[in-house]
Design a protein around this ligand. Structure first.
Ligand code: LLP
Length: 390
């Protein structure tokens, strides 16, 4: 309103600083997740009357405590591999298969067959699947992912729409798909699109809903429109928090035009990014040619987003949180790659020294789930904080 930046609530990790410093004593690097924040985000999405059903894209963070918290909040779980499906059934006891959605890309035939046998909702995204593996799909009720021909997202590498993206049935081939499906007795009950991640354009989902509704008429059997995930979070101080109310209003408008369909979303990042931090310890502080670098014991093996997408994550010296940020450092990791850089020319306390506990913020989504053992470094352990400090 009036262009004023809305005040941001204090992040949970400032209030939990004593507990985080304690956890860091048990070893670094490590991820810590704050379940109350996950639940708060879940409740914000549950309040949106324009949305009928919500799935959580577990690829963002499949930690069992997070899956259970979101399942308890009524979320379904969206999986992209048979391993993710099996993980869900193993760690969320008694979950109804009807609440599990399988949205694979170029998966082997066995994964579709086993997912169907388990009774989860399966999304297909090309004609060739039906043509080449007719016995797998004959007589099934399925969802169909369509490439609406345009994509978006915080980085080119997370744009999943348009000719250069591998995802979804081309809009040009929808009629051909309808023919093929009829021949096999396949019934398409849902249409799906996910065109990018970290999308700032508020009109993105509204447009998707409108376009999917247009395609739905060609099937006559579609009850559900799934407009994917992609909700952004404010990583940098100048990023505005996503305006959920404006978003809900735009979805309510488009729903009023297409009242026949149930609307589904499947966010990942929005639910968990802010709920996770990466704790690391400073290893060395080194000056070279006027650049001062602080090294952490966590690198791109632990959190690949900065290296992979030039993603910006806030970095603070948790040990010296009250000291002024009067020094400038490049924050690097211990991996033998130049891209092992968490932040360039960051403001941190001048006295930042080896042994300090450092915190990389907003690392709950696509952090641990994308971590690797590159350079044979161990995967960071994960801790969960549930409830206020005793
Ligand atoms: N649905 C589908 C079919 C997806 O492929 C994805 C994410 C989502 C939902 C959830 O998207 P979200 O709400 O989290 O944006 N590793 C990248 C993000 C890749 C997203 C892949 N697909 C990153 O760290 O930014």
């Amino acid at each position: 309103i009036n262009g004023a930046v809305r005040p941001r609530p204090q992040p949970w990790w400032q209030l939990e600083r004593p507990r985080l410093l304690q956890l860091a004593q048990t070893g670094t690097p490590r991820y810590v997740y704050h379940l109350p924040t996950v639940r708060e985000r879940a409740r914000q999405l549950k309040e949106l009357a324009a949305v009928d059903r919500r799935y959580y894209a577990i690829k963002a963070n499949p930690h069992p405590a997070i899956l259970n918290a979101l399942a308890e909040e009524g979320f379904g779980l969206e999986c992209v591999s048979l391993a993710e499906i099996r993980h869900v059934f193993a760690v969320v006891p008694g979950i109804d298969p009807a609440r599990v959605l399988f949205t694979p890309s170029f998966a082997p035939r066995e994964e579709y067959e086993q997912a169907l046998a388990l009774g989860v909702t399966v999304t297909v995204d090309n004609v060739e699947l039906l043509r080449n593996w007719p016995e797998t799909f004959r007589g099934r009720s399925l969802w169909l992912r369509i490439d609406l021909g345009h994509g978006d997202g915080h980085h080119e590498k997370v744009n999943t729409g348009g000719k250069e993206a591998k995802f979804g049935l081309s809009a040009q081939r929808v009629d051909e798909f309808v023919q093929e499906a009829r021949g096999l007795g396949v019934v398409i009950t849902g249409l799906h699109a996910h065109l990018g991640s970290g999308v700032e354009n508020m009109g993105h989902w509204r447009q998707m809903c409108d376009e999917l509704a247009g395609f739905a008429r060609r099937f006559g059997t579609v009850a559900t429109l799934d407009i994917g995930g992609g909700l952004p979070i404010p990583y940098a101080p100048e990023d505005e928090p996503f305006d959920l109310e404006a978003w809900a209003a735009s979805l309510a408008e488009v729903r009023a035009v297409h009242p026949a369909f149930g609307l589904v979303i499947e966010p990942g990042r929005f639910l968990v990014a802010e709920a996770g931090v990466l704790l690391a310890r400073a290893t060395q502080v080194v000056e070279k040619d006027g650049v001062v670098r602080v090294g952490l014991d966590a690198g791109m093996n632990a959190l690949v987003r900065p290296a992979m997408y030039d993603a910006w994550h806030d970095i603070v010296n948790l040990q010296r949180i009250d000291a002024p940020a009067d020094g400038q450092f490049d924050v690097v990791g211990p991996i033998c790659e130049s891209s092992d850089l968490f932040g360039k020319r960051r403001r941190l306390p001048r006295d930042t020294a080896a042994g300090d506990v450092m915190l990389v913020a907003d690392a709950g989504a696509y952090g641990h789930s994308m971590a690797s053992r590159y350079n044979l470094r161990e995967l960071p352990p994960e801790d969960v904080i549930d409830g206020a400090m005793a």
